[in-house]
Design a protein around this ligand. Structure first.
Ligand SMILES: Cc1ncc(COP(=O)(O)O)c(C=O)c1O
Length: 423
Protein backbone atom coordinates (compact mmCIF):
# COMPACT_ATOMS: atom_id res chain seq x y z
CA UNK A 1 0.00 0.00 0.00
CA UNK A 2 1.30 3.46 -0.76
CA UNK A 3 0.96 6.48 1.51
CA UNK A 4 -1.75 9.09 1.17
CA UNK A 5 -1.43 10.56 -2.27
CA UNK A 6 1.95 8.85 -2.56
CA UNK A 7 3.02 8.74 -6.19
CA UNK A 8 4.06 5.39 -7.65
CA UNK A 9 7.74 4.73 -7.12
CA UNK A 10 10.10 6.40 -9.52
CA UNK A 11 7.61 8.92 -10.85
CA UNK A 12 7.62 12.59 -10.15
CA UNK A 13 4.20 14.24 -10.23
CA UNK A 14 4.20 17.32 -12.37
CA UNK A 15 2.94 19.40 -9.45
CA UNK A 16 6.20 18.89 -7.57
CA UNK A 17 8.50 21.83 -7.68
CA UNK A 18 11.96 21.45 -6.29
CA UNK A 19 12.77 25.08 -6.20
CA UNK A 20 10.53 27.40 -4.25
CA UNK A 21 9.89 31.01 -4.75
CA UNK A 22 11.17 32.83 -1.69
CA UNK A 23 8.40 35.35 -2.19
CA UNK A 24 5.92 32.52 -1.71
CA UNK A 25 7.37 31.91 1.76
CA UNK A 26 7.34 35.50 2.85
CA UNK A 27 3.68 35.81 1.89
CA UNK A 28 2.83 32.90 4.13
CA UNK A 29 4.54 34.14 7.26
CA UNK A 30 2.44 34.63 10.35
CA UNK A 31 1.62 38.29 10.90
CA UNK A 32 4.16 39.89 13.19
CA UNK A 33 2.83 41.14 16.48
CA UNK A 34 3.24 44.80 17.13
CA UNK A 35 5.38 45.35 20.19
CA UNK A 36 5.53 48.50 22.21
CA UNK A 37 8.98 50.03 22.65
CA UNK A 38 8.11 51.16 26.17
CA UNK A 39 8.54 49.03 29.31
CA UNK A 40 5.94 46.38 29.89
CA UNK A 41 2.56 47.40 31.05
CA UNK A 42 0.48 45.01 33.09
CA UNK A 43 -2.25 43.57 30.93
CA UNK A 44 -5.48 41.88 31.84
CA UNK A 45 -4.11 38.61 30.43
CA UNK A 46 -1.08 38.84 32.68
CA UNK A 47 -2.93 39.61 35.88
CA UNK A 48 -5.81 37.20 35.35
CA UNK A 49 -3.49 34.28 34.62
CA UNK A 50 -1.13 35.26 37.43
CA UNK A 51 -3.99 35.02 39.91
CA UNK A 52 -4.27 31.33 38.97
CA UNK A 53 -0.53 30.62 39.35
CA UNK A 54 0.39 30.12 43.02
CA UNK A 55 4.01 29.52 41.97
CA UNK A 56 4.31 33.28 41.42
CA UNK A 57 3.92 33.92 45.14
CA UNK A 58 7.30 32.33 45.82
CA UNK A 59 9.31 32.20 42.63
CA UNK A 60 10.08 34.31 39.61
CA UNK A 61 9.44 31.30 37.42
CA UNK A 62 10.96 31.29 33.94
CA UNK A 63 11.36 27.58 33.23
CA UNK A 64 8.26 26.88 31.14
CA UNK A 65 10.34 25.39 28.34
CA UNK A 66 11.44 22.64 30.76
CA UNK A 67 8.58 21.85 33.13
CA UNK A 68 5.85 24.36 33.86
CA UNK A 69 4.25 24.89 37.27
CA UNK A 70 0.64 23.82 37.76
CA UNK A 71 -2.32 26.13 37.59
CA UNK A 72 -4.51 26.28 40.66
CA UNK A 73 -7.21 24.39 38.73
CA UNK A 74 -4.83 21.54 37.83
CA UNK A 75 -3.69 21.15 41.43
CA UNK A 76 -7.30 21.19 42.63
CA UNK A 77 -8.25 18.51 40.12
CA UNK A 78 -5.40 16.31 41.39
CA UNK A 79 -6.34 16.91 45.01
CA UNK A 80 -10.00 16.16 44.28
CA UNK A 81 -9.07 12.94 42.50
CA UNK A 82 -6.70 11.86 45.29
CA UNK A 83 -9.35 12.52 47.91
CA UNK A 84 -11.96 10.57 46.00
CA UNK A 85 -9.79 7.56 45.18
CA UNK A 86 -8.38 7.55 48.70
CA UNK A 87 -11.80 7.46 50.30
CA UNK A 88 -13.93 5.70 47.71
CA UNK A 89 -11.77 3.75 45.26
CA UNK A 90 -13.39 3.70 41.84
CA UNK A 91 -16.85 4.85 42.88
CA UNK A 92 -16.35 8.16 41.09
CA UNK A 93 -14.88 6.54 37.95
CA UNK A 94 -17.81 7.37 35.63
CA UNK A 95 -17.51 11.05 36.56
CA UNK A 96 -13.74 11.02 35.98
CA UNK A 97 -14.24 9.40 32.59
CA UNK A 98 -16.83 12.02 31.65
CA UNK A 99 -14.51 14.81 32.81
CA UNK A 100 -11.61 13.37 30.80
CA UNK A 101 -13.85 13.66 27.73
CA UNK A 102 -14.20 17.33 28.62
CA UNK A 103 -10.41 17.58 28.55
CA UNK A 104 -10.48 16.09 25.06
CA UNK A 105 -13.11 18.61 23.98
CA UNK A 106 -11.22 21.64 25.29
CA UNK A 107 -7.93 20.34 23.82
CA UNK A 108 -9.65 19.98 20.43
CA UNK A 109 -11.10 23.46 20.64
CA UNK A 110 -7.71 24.90 21.55
CA UNK A 111 -6.22 23.80 18.22
CA UNK A 112 -9.32 24.10 16.01
CA UNK A 113 -9.86 20.33 15.75
CA UNK A 114 -12.73 17.96 16.48
CA UNK A 115 -12.70 15.89 19.70
CA UNK A 116 -12.79 12.78 17.50
CA UNK A 117 -9.37 13.82 16.15
CA UNK A 118 -7.74 13.98 19.58
CA UNK A 119 -5.97 11.09 21.30
CA UNK A 120 -4.97 11.73 24.91
CA UNK A 121 -1.34 10.74 25.35
CA UNK A 122 1.23 10.16 28.09
CA UNK A 123 3.99 12.11 26.32
CA UNK A 124 4.89 13.93 23.13
CA UNK A 125 6.92 10.84 22.26
CA UNK A 126 3.81 8.69 22.39
CA UNK A 127 1.95 10.89 19.91
CA UNK A 128 4.92 10.99 17.53
CA UNK A 129 5.33 7.24 17.84
CA UNK A 130 1.68 6.68 16.89
CA UNK A 131 2.68 8.14 13.55
CA UNK A 132 6.19 6.71 13.18
CA UNK A 133 5.01 3.19 13.96
CA UNK A 134 1.58 3.55 12.39
CA UNK A 135 2.38 4.55 8.80
CA UNK A 136 2.97 1.91 6.13
CA UNK A 137 6.64 2.58 5.45
CA UNK A 138 8.48 0.98 2.59
CA UNK A 139 12.23 0.58 2.31
CA UNK A 140 13.55 3.63 0.49
CA UNK A 141 11.04 6.06 2.00
CA UNK A 142 12.48 9.04 3.82
CA UNK A 143 11.56 11.40 6.66
CA UNK A 144 12.78 14.98 6.68
CA UNK A 145 13.48 16.78 9.95
CA UNK A 146 15.52 19.89 10.72
CA UNK A 147 18.84 19.08 12.39
CA UNK A 148 19.06 19.88 16.10
CA UNK A 149 15.54 18.83 17.04
CA UNK A 150 14.87 17.74 20.61
CA UNK A 151 15.50 13.96 20.77
CA UNK A 152 11.76 13.28 21.07
CA UNK A 153 11.49 14.21 17.40
CA UNK A 154 14.57 12.24 16.33
CA UNK A 155 14.54 8.80 17.94
CA UNK A 156 11.13 7.62 16.69
CA UNK A 157 12.39 8.27 13.14
CA UNK A 158 15.82 6.72 13.69
CA UNK A 159 13.98 3.67 14.96
CA UNK A 160 12.62 3.25 11.42
CA UNK A 161 16.07 2.98 9.87
CA UNK A 162 16.13 -0.77 10.44
CA UNK A 163 13.09 -0.90 8.14
CA UNK A 164 14.99 0.87 5.38
CA UNK A 165 13.63 4.35 6.04
CA UNK A 166 16.12 7.16 5.59
CA UNK A 167 16.13 10.00 8.11
CA UNK A 168 17.25 13.27 6.55
CA UNK A 169 18.35 15.77 9.17
CA UNK A 170 18.54 19.11 7.42
CA UNK A 171 21.18 21.51 8.63
CA UNK A 172 19.70 24.95 9.16
CA UNK A 173 21.33 28.35 9.66
CA UNK A 174 22.09 28.84 13.35
CA UNK A 175 19.06 30.92 14.25
CA UNK A 176 16.43 31.51 11.55
CA UNK A 177 15.46 28.64 9.30
CA UNK A 178 15.94 28.67 5.59
CA UNK A 179 12.78 26.79 4.57
CA UNK A 180 14.20 26.24 1.12
CA UNK A 181 16.66 23.77 2.64
CA UNK A 182 13.76 21.67 3.92
CA UNK A 183 12.23 21.68 0.46
CA UNK A 184 15.57 20.81 -1.13
CA UNK A 185 15.86 17.75 1.12
CA UNK A 186 12.49 16.38 -0.06
CA UNK A 187 11.88 14.16 -3.05
CA UNK A 188 9.28 11.73 -4.34
CA UNK A 189 10.11 9.24 -1.54
CA UNK A 190 9.58 11.76 1.24
CA UNK A 191 6.67 10.47 3.29
CA UNK A 192 6.75 12.96 6.11
CA UNK A 193 8.25 16.19 7.40
CA UNK A 194 8.38 16.52 11.17
CA UNK A 195 9.54 19.51 13.17
CA UNK A 196 9.19 21.38 16.43
CA UNK A 197 7.04 24.44 16.37
CA UNK A 198 9.48 26.24 18.67
CA UNK A 199 13.13 25.20 19.04
CA UNK A 200 13.92 24.20 22.61
CA UNK A 201 17.49 25.52 22.45
CA UNK A 202 17.11 28.73 20.45
CA UNK A 203 13.45 29.77 20.71
CA UNK A 204 12.99 30.01 16.95
CA UNK A 205 9.28 29.69 16.11
CA UNK A 206 8.70 28.24 12.70
CA UNK A 207 5.62 28.87 10.62
CA UNK A 208 3.73 25.57 10.43
CA UNK A 209 1.88 26.81 7.38
CA UNK A 210 5.07 27.12 5.38
CA UNK A 211 6.21 23.64 6.37
CA UNK A 212 2.81 22.17 5.51
CA UNK A 213 2.97 23.81 2.08
CA UNK A 214 6.31 22.17 1.44
CA UNK A 215 4.96 18.80 2.60
CA UNK A 216 1.90 19.16 0.34
CA UNK A 217 4.06 19.83 -2.69
CA UNK A 218 5.79 16.53 -2.13
CA UNK A 219 2.63 14.64 -1.21
CA UNK A 220 4.15 14.10 2.19
CA UNK A 221 2.58 14.27 5.62
CA UNK A 222 3.39 16.96 8.14
CA UNK A 223 3.78 16.34 11.86
CA UNK A 224 4.23 19.18 14.33
CA UNK A 225 5.80 18.71 17.75
CA UNK A 226 3.89 21.55 19.38
CA UNK A 227 5.01 21.22 22.99
CA UNK A 228 7.10 24.41 23.03
CA UNK A 229 4.35 26.59 21.55
CA UNK A 230 0.94 25.38 22.69
CA UNK A 231 -0.34 27.17 25.75
CA UNK A 232 0.85 30.56 24.50
CA UNK A 233 0.69 30.77 20.70
CA UNK A 234 -2.52 30.27 18.73
CA UNK A 235 -2.69 27.33 16.37
CA UNK A 236 -5.48 26.29 14.06
CA UNK A 237 -4.43 22.89 12.75
CA UNK A 238 -6.85 23.05 9.83
CA UNK A 239 -5.73 26.47 8.65
CA UNK A 240 -2.08 25.51 9.10
CA UNK A 241 -2.46 22.27 7.11
CA UNK A 242 -1.18 20.02 9.89
CA UNK A 243 -1.76 16.27 9.52
CA UNK A 244 -0.46 15.13 12.90
CA UNK A 245 0.46 16.97 16.09
CA UNK A 246 1.73 15.91 19.47
CA UNK A 247 2.36 17.81 22.69
CA UNK A 248 2.53 16.85 26.31
CA UNK A 249 0.97 19.35 28.68
CA UNK A 250 3.88 19.79 31.07
CA UNK A 251 5.46 22.95 29.67
CA UNK A 252 3.52 25.99 28.51
CA UNK A 253 0.16 24.28 29.11
CA UNK A 254 0.98 24.27 32.82
CA UNK A 255 -0.02 20.67 33.42
CA UNK A 256 1.56 17.64 35.07
CA UNK A 257 4.05 15.48 33.18
CA UNK A 258 2.46 12.50 31.48
CA UNK A 259 -0.73 14.09 30.16
CA UNK A 260 -1.04 15.64 26.72
CA UNK A 261 -2.72 15.50 23.36
CA UNK A 262 -2.14 14.15 19.88
CA UNK A 263 -4.07 15.30 16.84
CA UNK A 264 -4.68 12.97 13.92
CA UNK A 265 -6.54 14.50 10.98
CA UNK A 266 -9.85 12.67 10.73
CA UNK A 267 -9.35 11.26 7.23
CA UNK A 268 -6.01 9.80 8.28
CA UNK A 269 -7.42 7.70 11.11
CA UNK A 270 -7.88 4.75 8.79
CA UNK A 271 -4.37 5.20 7.40
CA UNK A 272 -2.60 5.15 10.72
CA UNK A 273 -2.48 1.62 12.03
CA UNK A 274 -2.81 1.50 15.83
CA UNK A 275 0.42 -0.08 17.02
CA UNK A 276 -1.13 -1.26 20.24
CA UNK A 277 -4.59 -2.69 20.78
CA UNK A 278 -6.44 -3.02 24.07
CA UNK A 279 -9.84 -2.92 25.68
CA UNK A 280 -10.02 0.86 25.29
CA UNK A 281 -9.24 0.77 21.53
CA UNK A 282 -12.43 -0.87 20.37
CA UNK A 283 -16.11 -0.25 19.76
CA UNK A 284 -18.13 -1.71 22.65
CA UNK A 285 -15.12 -1.42 24.90
CA UNK A 286 -17.09 -2.04 28.09
CA UNK A 287 -18.54 -5.29 26.76
CA UNK A 288 -15.65 -7.33 28.10
CA UNK A 289 -17.24 -10.72 27.34
CA UNK A 290 -17.68 -9.90 23.70
CA UNK A 291 -14.22 -9.50 22.23
CA UNK A 292 -14.21 -8.13 18.70
CA UNK A 293 -11.26 -6.27 17.29
CA UNK A 294 -13.13 -3.41 15.73
CA UNK A 295 -11.29 -0.19 16.39
CA UNK A 296 -13.23 2.84 17.58
CA UNK A 297 -13.92 5.27 14.77
CA UNK A 298 -12.22 8.16 16.55
CA UNK A 299 -8.64 8.98 17.55
CA UNK A 300 -9.26 7.51 21.01
CA UNK A 301 -8.65 4.17 19.23
CA UNK A 302 -4.93 4.81 19.86
CA UNK A 303 -5.36 5.03 23.64
CA UNK A 304 -5.60 1.24 24.07
CA UNK A 305 -5.61 0.85 27.86
CA UNK A 306 -5.98 2.86 31.04
CA UNK A 307 -5.66 6.59 30.64
CA UNK A 308 -3.65 8.83 32.92
CA UNK A 309 -6.91 9.90 34.45
CA UNK A 310 -5.59 12.12 37.20
CA UNK A 311 -3.18 13.76 34.77
CA UNK A 312 -5.84 14.33 32.15
CA UNK A 313 -8.22 15.82 34.74
CA UNK A 314 -5.48 18.26 35.71
CA UNK A 315 -4.63 18.96 32.06
CA UNK A 316 -8.28 19.86 31.46
CA UNK A 317 -8.21 22.24 34.43
CA UNK A 318 -5.16 24.07 33.06
CA UNK A 319 -6.54 24.28 29.53
CA UNK A 320 -9.71 25.87 30.87
CA UNK A 321 -7.64 28.35 32.88
CA UNK A 322 -5.63 29.26 29.79
CA UNK A 323 -8.81 29.64 27.76
CA UNK A 324 -10.23 31.87 30.45
CA UNK A 325 -7.09 34.02 30.23
CA UNK A 326 -7.64 34.46 26.50
CA UNK A 327 -6.02 31.51 24.74
CA UNK A 328 -7.77 30.10 21.68
CA UNK A 329 -6.92 28.66 18.26
CA UNK A 330 -6.93 32.16 16.82
CA UNK A 331 -6.20 34.55 19.66
CA UNK A 332 -2.81 36.22 20.07
CA UNK A 333 -3.73 37.54 23.53
CA UNK A 334 -1.24 35.43 25.48
CA UNK A 335 1.34 35.42 22.72
CA UNK A 336 1.35 39.22 22.55
CA UNK A 337 1.94 39.44 26.27
CA UNK A 338 4.79 36.93 26.08
CA UNK A 339 6.39 38.59 23.05
CA UNK A 340 6.17 41.99 24.71
CA UNK A 341 7.88 40.60 27.79
CA UNK A 342 10.55 38.83 25.71
CA UNK A 343 11.23 42.06 23.88
CA UNK A 344 11.53 43.98 27.13
CA UNK A 345 13.87 41.39 28.64
CA UNK A 346 16.02 41.35 25.50
CA UNK A 347 16.51 45.11 25.69
CA UNK A 348 17.44 44.93 29.36
CA UNK A 349 19.90 42.12 28.74
CA UNK A 350 21.54 44.09 25.94
CA UNK A 351 21.96 47.00 28.36
CA UNK A 352 23.68 44.64 30.79
CA UNK A 353 26.16 43.57 28.14
CA UNK A 354 24.77 40.05 27.74
CA UNK A 355 25.35 38.15 24.51
CA UNK A 356 21.92 37.40 23.14
CA UNK A 357 20.72 35.17 20.38
CA UNK A 358 18.33 37.78 19.04
CA UNK A 359 15.60 36.56 16.72
CA UNK A 360 13.63 38.67 14.24
CA UNK A 361 10.27 39.63 15.75
CA UNK A 362 8.09 37.43 13.57
CA UNK A 363 9.87 34.21 14.64
CA UNK A 364 10.26 34.95 18.35
CA UNK A 365 8.74 32.88 21.13
CA UNK A 366 8.78 32.97 24.91
CA UNK A 367 12.34 31.61 24.94
CA UNK A 368 15.23 34.05 25.35
CA UNK A 369 18.75 32.57 25.17
CA UNK A 370 21.78 34.48 26.43
CA UNK A 371 25.21 34.37 27.99
CA UNK A 372 26.88 36.70 30.47
CA UNK A 373 30.44 37.08 29.22
CA UNK A 374 32.93 35.69 31.74
CA UNK A 375 30.29 33.77 33.69
CA UNK A 376 29.60 30.04 33.72
CA UNK A 377 25.90 29.63 32.80
CA UNK A 378 25.43 26.85 35.36
CA UNK A 379 26.84 29.04 38.13
CA UNK A 380 24.57 31.90 37.07
CA UNK A 381 21.61 29.56 37.07
CA UNK A 382 22.42 28.52 40.64
CA UNK A 383 22.80 32.15 41.77
CA UNK A 384 19.40 32.89 40.27
CA UNK A 385 17.87 29.88 41.96
CA UNK A 386 19.28 31.04 45.30
CA UNK A 387 17.52 34.36 44.71
CA UNK A 388 14.21 32.65 43.90
CA UNK A 389 14.48 32.87 40.10
CA UNK A 390 14.10 29.70 38.03
CA UNK A 391 15.72 29.41 34.60
CA UNK A 392 17.49 26.61 32.67
CA UNK A 393 20.74 26.10 30.82
CA UNK A 394 20.64 24.65 27.33
CA UNK A 395 23.35 24.40 24.70
CA UNK A 396 25.80 26.33 26.89
CA UNK A 397 23.49 29.29 27.38
CA UNK A 398 20.95 30.46 29.89
CA UNK A 399 17.38 29.95 28.82
CA UNK A 400 14.64 32.20 30.13
CA UNK A 401 11.22 30.86 29.17
CA UNK A 402 8.60 33.53 29.79
CA UNK A 403 4.88 32.88 30.22
CA UNK A 404 2.08 35.40 30.01
CA UNK A 405 1.72 35.69 33.80
CA UNK A 406 5.34 36.76 34.41
CA UNK A 407 5.25 40.39 35.49
CA UNK A 408 7.53 43.34 36.28
CA UNK A 409 8.33 42.00 39.74
CA UNK A 410 9.58 38.71 38.20
CA UNK A 411 11.77 40.57 35.71
CA UNK A 412 13.09 42.86 38.44
CA UNK A 413 14.24 39.84 40.47
CA UNK A 414 15.92 38.28 37.46
CA UNK A 415 17.62 41.48 36.30
CA UNK A 416 18.73 42.38 39.79
CA UNK A 417 20.85 39.23 40.06
CA UNK A 418 22.25 39.60 36.55
CA UNK A 419 23.07 43.26 37.15
CA UNK A 420 24.99 42.32 40.29
CA UNK A 421 27.00 39.78 38.31
CA UNK A 422 27.77 42.02 35.38
CA UNK A 423 29.07 44.95 37.46
C1 LIG B 1 10.66 20.19 21.38
C2 LIG B 1 10.38 19.20 22.46
N1 LIG B 1 9.64 18.11 22.19
C3 LIG B 1 9.34 17.22 23.14
C4 LIG B 1 9.80 17.36 24.43
C5 LIG B 1 9.43 16.37 25.50
O1 LIG B 1 8.94 15.15 24.96
P1 LIG B 1 8.11 14.17 25.88
O2 LIG B 1 6.79 14.80 26.17
O3 LIG B 1 7.99 12.93 25.09
O4 LIG B 1 8.90 13.95 27.15
C6 LIG B 1 10.60 18.45 24.76
C7 LIG B 1 11.13 18.62 26.13
O5 LIG B 1 12.01 19.39 26.41
C8 LIG B 1 10.88 19.40 23.74
O6 LIG B 1 11.59 20.50 24.02
Amino acid sequence: MTGVGQPPLGTKPSCLKHSFDRHFYSELRTPSVSLTATPMTASHVQSSLRAEMPVAERWAYFDHAAVGPLTRAAAQAIQRYCGQVLESGDVHWPQWAADVEQTRAVAAELIGAQPTEIALVHSTTEGITMVSEGLDWRAGDNVVIPAGEFPTNIYPWLHLQERGVEVRQVKMPEIVWDYQRLADACDTRTRLISCSWVGYANGFRCDPMIVSQIARRFNAFFLLDAIQGLGVFPLDVKAAGIDFLSADGHKWMLSPEGAGLAYIRHDLLERLRPNIAGWNSVEGRFDFQNVQLQFRAEAARYEAGAQNMVGQLAFGGSLRTLRQAGLSANSWALAEQVLRSASYLTRQLVNLGAEIQELPEHVRSGIVMFQLPGHDPMAVRQKLLDAGVVVSCRAGRLRVAIHAYNDDSDFARLLNVLEGLSR
